[in-house]
Ligand binder design. Structure first.
Ligand code: FES
Length: 105
């Protein structure tokens, strides 16, 4: 019921992202090199850096500010860093991308 059609896979650059707004929250939609789609709040758990401007690799995004590596699946900081940004469920139908507006727990 709260799934929102946000466009197609082709609207998201490979190994890049595109942002959608939900009220005051910006959600970054990421596309991996093998066409998997993930959604995270566009806010690094370190100091709120814009994850949408980071580099996508190996199921993660590297924050452009201080290079923390964040899991696209869970929003968890990897390695020695700790913290978590909100991750949102995404559903693909054909090439259409649906975003659920309530974060995963
Ligand atoms: S704000 Fe993302 S690593 Fe510092």
């Amino acid at each position: 019921m709260d799934w929102r059609l946000i466009g197609t896979i082709d609207d998201v650059p490979v190994q890049g992202s595109r942002c959608v707004k939900n009220g005051d929250t910006t959600i970054a939609i990421f596309r991996t090199v093998d066409d998997r789609i993930f959604a995270l709040e566009d806010k690094c758990p370190h100091k709120n850096g814009p994850l949408s401007q980071g580099i996508v690799h190996d199921g993660c995004v590297t924050c452009p500010l201080h290079n923390w590596v964040i899991s696209l699946e869970t929003g968890m900081a990897q390695g020695a860093d700790s913290g978590q940004t909100a991750a949102y469920p995404v559903r693909i139908e054909g090439r259409d991308v649906y975003l659920k507006l309530s974060p995963k727990v």
